[in-house]
Design a protein around this ligand. Structure first.
Ligand code: ADP
Ligand code: F6P
Length: 471
C-alpha cells in the first residue's frame, strides 16, 4: 500500500497500542505491550488510518477525551471496543488464552475446552464487527489481526460489509492432528475462509492451514502458487499466503546509535566489566521457554567451568496475562529456579543469573540489546519473535551473537546467521552458549552483518506492502 493510495488502512486487533487505566483516581494512558503493538505502531503512523481494539477497560472510562489526545499526538485515530470484566475473563483469558493460545503453540495438555468461553468468544467477535462496520467507509481496507478475532470476517459479511477483508495470524497455525481436537474447529475454519486474504508468519503455518481446510471442508479445491495458495469452492476464492512480520529496522537502528542509548549501554558494560552478558527478554509466557533456558544455562555452568565468573545471564521478563493461572505458576517457577541456580554457582563478585520482572522503556531496552554480547532467545514455539530482530537491529557494532530456537518463526529467515538450538535439548543449548562465548570477532561480525542486512531488507513497511499487494 503506497502512501498515495486513497484507501484507508483499518487495523483491528484485540489490543490497542494503549491501555486505559485508573490510577490514584485519574485516568491514564499506558503503552500496550507485545509483538503486535511493536510491529503495527509504525505502520499506522505511516498510513494514518485507524486502529480499532480493546482499550483495556470497560465503558466507565472517559474514552473519547483520552483517545482524541492520542490521535493528536500520534497522527492516527483509535476506535475502542470496551469489554466488561466477565467478557475479559471468558473471551480473553478464557477462550483466547486458555484454549487457542496453548493449542496453536502445540501445548495440548494446557488447553481448556469450555463452552461458556466459546460463547463469549463468538459474542465479542460480533461486537468488534459491529463497531468496525460503523466506522469504515466503502473503500477502506479492513485488516483483522490475530487469534482473538478469527470469526470477525463472517460477522462483518453478515452485517453487509463489502470491503476487502484481510486477516493476519501472528501466532503459529497448528498441524491437522492438533487442530482436530478443537470442538469448534469448523466454525474457526469457516470463519477464516470468510476473509479475502489470510496471512501466516511462515510457510509451515500456511501449509498447516491449507491441510486442515482441505481435509475438513469437503469440495474445497487448492491451487498452489509460489507466493500464495488459492482455496476455492463454488462461491468463493480465498487467498492464503505467508508473510513473515518484522520491525521498523531504521527506527531501532537509529535509536540504538543515539547518545542516550550509547551512554546507558556503556554504563551497563561497566557493571559487567570483564565478563560477557547473555541476555533474555520476554513476556512472561510458558511458550517462551524461560525455565528451560535457565536450566540450559545451569547445564553450561556444569559442563564448562571456564565460564564461571566470566558470563552472566540477564533475564528480563515483562508481566503478561497475570490473571491466567498458568502464568502465575510460571512466575513462581522462575523465582525458584533463578534462586536455586544462583545459590549453587554464585561466588562473591559474580551472580550467574540477574533476573528482572518488569518492563523496560525503549532507551533501556536498546541499551541492554547493545551491551549484551549474546542474546539467548529460546521459545518452545513462537509465531515470529520480534525480540530476536530487535536485538540484531540494535547490535550496531556487529558484535552480538544470536542464539535462537529453531521453533521460532524467525528461524526461517535468521537461521543462517544465528546459532540455532532446540530448547528442549539442554546439552545442545549449553554447547551453543559456550560456542557463542568463545566465538572469534571475525565470525561474530560476519554473522551479525548477515542478520542485520536481512532484517533491514525485510522490514515491517515491506511486510505491509507485500501483504496488501497480495489482496
Ligand atoms: P510476543 O508477540 O509474544 O509478545 P515478540 O518477541 O514478538 O513476542 O514481541 C515482544 C515485544 O515486547 C517486543 O517488541 C519486545 O521489545 C517487547 N518486550 C518484551 N519484554 C520486554 C520488557 N521486559 N520490557 C520492554 N519491552 C519488552
Ligand atoms: O502475538 C501474540 C500476542 O497475543 C499479540 O496479539 C500481543 O501483542 C501479544 O501476544 C501480547 O499479548 P496480550 O495482548 O494478551 O497481552
Amino acid at each position: 500500500m503506497s502512501n498515495k493510495d486513497s484507501r484507508r488502512l483499518i487495523a483491528v486487533s484485540n489490543r490497542l497500542p494503549i491501555v486505559v487505566k485508573e490510577e490514584d483516581g485519574r485516568w491514564q494512558l499506558a503503552a500496550g505491550a507485545g509483538g503486535l503493538v511493536t510491529a503495527l505502531s509504525p505502520v499506522l503512523k505511516r498510513h494514518r488510518g485507524m486502529w480499532i481494539g480493546w482499550p483495556g477497560c470497560d465503558e466507565a472510562a472517559p474514552l473519547e477525551e483520552l483517545v482524541a489526545r492520542f490521535a493528536e499526538q500520534e497522527g492516527y485515530r483509535l476506535g475502542t471496543v470496551p469489554l466488561t470484566q466477565e467478557e475479559v475473563e471468558d473471551y480473553y483469558e478464557g477462550f483466547s488464552n486458555m484454549t487457542l493460545w496453548p493449542l496453536f503453540h502445540d501445548l495440548l495438555g494446557l488447553c481448556q475446552f469450555n463452552a461458556q468461553h466459546w460463547r463469549a468468544y463468538v459474542e465479542v467477535n460480533r461486537r468488534f464487527a459491529e463497531v468496525t462496520a460503523k466506522k469504515i467507509a466503502r473503500e477502506d481496507l479492513v485488516w483483522v489481526q490475530d487469534y482473538q478475532l478469527m470469526l470477525m470476517g463472517g460477522r462483518l459479511r453478515e452485517l453487509g460489509v463489502k470491503n476487502p477483508l484481510a486477516f493476519f495470524l501472528h501466532i503459529p497455525f497448528p498441524s491437522l492432528d492438533l487442530f482436530r481436537r478443537l470442538p469448534w474447529k469448523m466454525e474457526i475454519l469457516r470463519g477464516l475462509l470468510e476473509f479475502d486474504l489470510v496471512g501466516f508468519q511462515t510457510l509451515r503455518d500456511r501449509r498447516n492451514f491449507v491441510a486442515c481446510a482441505r481435509e475438513l471442508i469437503p469440495g474445497l479445491r487448492a491451487e498452489v502458487h509460489r507466493r500464495t495458495t488459492v482455496l476455492r469452492d463454488e462461491e468463493r476464492a480465498v487467498r492464503v499466503g505467508h508473510f513473515p512480520i518484522s520491525i521498523d529496522f531504521g527506527e531501532f537502528n537509529n535509536q540504538a546509535r543515539g547518545r542516550e542509548v550509547a551512554d546507558a549501554a556503556w554504563y551497563l558494560h561497566e557493571k559487567f566489566a570483564n565478563r560477557q552478558l547473555l541476555l533474555g527478554v520476554d513476556r512472561l509466557d510458558y511458550t517462551k521457554g524461560i525455565p528451560e533456558r535457565l536450566l540450559a544455562f545451569e547445564r553450561a555452568l556444569e559442563l564448562y567451568p571456564e565460564l564461571h565468573g566470566k558470563l552472566s545471564l540477564l533475564q528480563i521478563v515483562v508481566p503478561s496475562r497475570t490473571q491466567v493461572p498458568e502464568y502465575q505458576s510460571l512466575k513462581e517457577q522462575l523465582d525458584q529456579l533463578a534462586g536455586r541456580i544462583n545459590g549453587r554457582f554464585g561466588e562473591p563478585g559474580w551472580i550467574p543469573i540477574h533476573y528482572m520482572f518488569r518492563s523496560l522503556d525503549r532507551v533501556q531496552l536498546l541499551a541492554h540489546y547493545r551491551a549484551a554480547e549474546i542474546a539467548l532467545i529460546t521459545p518452545l514455539r513462537d509465531g515470529m519473535n520480534l525480540v530476536a530482530k530487535e536485538y540484531c537491529a540494535a547490535s550496531v557494532d556487529n558484535n552480538g551473537v544470536l542464539i535462537l530456537s529453531e521453533f521460532a518463526g524467525a528461524a526461517e529467515e535468521l537461521g543462517k546467521g544465528a546459532l540455532l538450538v532446540n530448547p528442549y535439548d539442554l546439552d545442545g543449548t549449553a554447547e551453543a552458549i559456550r560456542r557463542a562465548y568463545t566465538m572469534e570477532q571475525g565470525e561474530r561480525q560476519r554473522r551479525m552483518r548477515m542478520l542485520r542486512a536481512s532484517i533491514q531488507r525485510n522490514n515491517v513497511h515491506r511486510w505491509v506492502d507485500y501483504f496488501v499487494n497480495s489482496l
